[in-house]
Design a protein around this ligand. Structure first.
Ligand code: SF4
Length: 477
């Protein structure tokens, strides 16, 4: 095939190279296709972080008004793509819907100066709730002739197929995920060349919130960690979440996950993040994985630190032996606890209650397993003022378990397409953050007020090691 493949890393912040780009690099490498990674995100960091322009760059596509330094950033972008030839291809992965503004920006600039092909893929193609070939945003991009091909899912198969066909492929391609994709085991020469672990030591990335002595190393390392998948999709169907709609639930054998960890360990890697939505979707496989991993850790002088997203379950359906295994495998946990009100939890489709949350935290505390980040939601459509006040239980709990909780993040509820919640709210898809409950009592302003109230109480408890500074962006999607 003629031409070279350029893997363009458009922003999502912070400055760590997404694992998905390395996965694509591996596919190209195995097919003997020339490729190069264009680290535009890193260039932006190097040139603008801690400058007066940074805030507006960070806010592109998020805030309604901003003083984005268009000409300076465009000049930097053109420098970044200067070696791209007209016979080449630029592949862009949209990590989330927040990457869309950057994708449009990049595509428009490429089109103005180059005749190369542009190929888009990644989770950000879909708005929350969209599936298959349904993406209003992608349709708009095609109408504007800003991309040549759009991959809607399953990049590991779609890209190989496209390479085999010399990119003589349809504009829109959707391949449903029915089995665990063929990813992982990135060879050393790809991971090491491109994942510059030294970035973490750069003083410009110093974060004042890394002040938890017990965790600073682990947390910092995990931000730059190697990513591994054990599962994809989710077994649950929470009303406010679109993970289960985007991707079928698939998992791979626990032994292959541990084998992949060993593969990277031999390359000198000590930090891992299992980038799953629900790492413990299957109790049996989760226990098997923890057992294998704890056995492996017990053989190591230089331990591994790792983190993953864990789902709370009712205590009678949650095996107690996992907590000891978590300690033995040196796990720090991230948990979507979601709400303190049982009424809200039940409406969300959760099977657990506040009692189960307390029980889980007790188990983690007894094994000295840190909760790296607990995620909470306010402004759920049925949430009353009394439900909100149930958060006082959390503030009390945190006073006693301060050591176990490293950080908490409170997000405002958003509503995905196809959600059952659409029956009880009024939604304008032109402005989805402004949905209103049908009794008119829950507006965007009230949701943000509620988040502020929870954040103030959390901050009053003392410095959180992992304090997000971009809270507005996280609140509004
Ligand atoms: S458990 Fe988490 S990932 Fe799964 S559907 Fe619920 S919120 Fe989404």
């Amino acid at each position: 095939m003629s031409g070279k493949n350029w893997l363009l890393h458009i922003p999502r912040f912070p400055d760590n190279l997404p694992w998905a780009i390395l996965e694509i690099a591996k596919i190209l490498d195995e097919k003997n296709q020339p490729y190069e990674i264009l680290e535009f995100n890193h260039q932006l960091y190097k040139n603008f972080f801690n400058t007066p322009d940074w805030q507006s760059i960070d806010e592109l596509g998020v805030m309604e008004k901003s003083k984005f330094p268009l000409f300076k950033v465009a000049r930097l972008f053109y420098k970044c793509i200067k070696n791209v030839k007209n016979t080449d291809r630029i592949l862009i992965s949209l990590f989330s819907t927040e990457s869309r503004s950057w994708a449009l920006f990049a595509c428009a600039l490429i089109r103005k100066q180059k005749k190369c092909k542009i190929i888009l893929g990644g989770n950000g193609i879909y708005a929350p709730g969209e599936t298959k070939l349904e993406s209003e945003w992608a349709d708009m991009v095609i109408d504007m002739n800003l991309a040549d091909h759009i991959f809607y899912n399953q990049a590991d198969e779609t890209l190989i197929d496209a390479l085999d066909k010399n990119f003589n492929i349809p504009t829109k391609i959707y391949k449903p995920t029915t089995k665990f994709p063929n990813i992982g085991f990135i060879p050393d020469h790809i991971a090491r060349e491109n994942l510059d672990l030294k970035r973490i030591d750069d003083p410009i990335y110093f974060r004042e919130d890394l002040d938890h002595t017990a965790m600073a190393g682990e947390l910092a390392g995990i931000e730059w960690a190697h990513k591994i998948h054990f599962t994809m999709g989710c077994v649950k169907r929470c009303t406010f979440c679109d993970v289960h709609g985007q991707q079928n639930w698939v998992m791979r054998p626990a032994q292959t996950v541990v084998d992949e960890i060993k593969h990277y360990y031999e390359q000198g890697v000590r930090y891992f993040f299992l980038a799953d939505s629900t790492v413990n979707g299957s109790n049996r496989e989760w226990l098997k994985f923890l057992t294998l991993f704890a056995d492996f850790q017990s053989t190591l002088d230089d331990p591994i630190h790792w983190n993953a997203n864990y789902a709370i379950k009712p205590k009678n359906r949650n095996p107690q032996e996992q907590f000891e295994l978590m300690r033995k495998s040196n796990f720090t946990i991230s948990i979507g606890m979601d709400h303190c009100s049982d009424q809200v939890l039940a409406h969300m489709g959760k099977k657990y209650t506040w009692d189960d949350i307390e029980w889980t935290v007790d188990q983690l505390e007894s094994e000295n397993v840190y909760i790296r980040d607990a995620l909470w939601i306010v402004g759920y459509p049925t949430e009353t003022q009394d439900d909100l006040l149930e958060y006082n239980k959390l503030f009390e709990l945190l006073k006693n378990k301060r050591h176990t909780f490293v950080s908490n993040t409170c997000n405002v509820c958003y509503i995905p397409r196809n959600s059952s919640l659409l029956d009880i709210i009024d939604m304008d898809w032109n402005n989805p953050n402004k949905w209103v409950s049908q009794n008119g009592k829950l507006t965007k302003e009230i949701r943000l007020e509620r988040k502020k109230w929870v954040d103030e109480h959390l901050n009053a408890l003392g410095p959180m090691k992992y304090k997000y500074t971009d809270s507005y962006r996280r609140a509004i999607r």
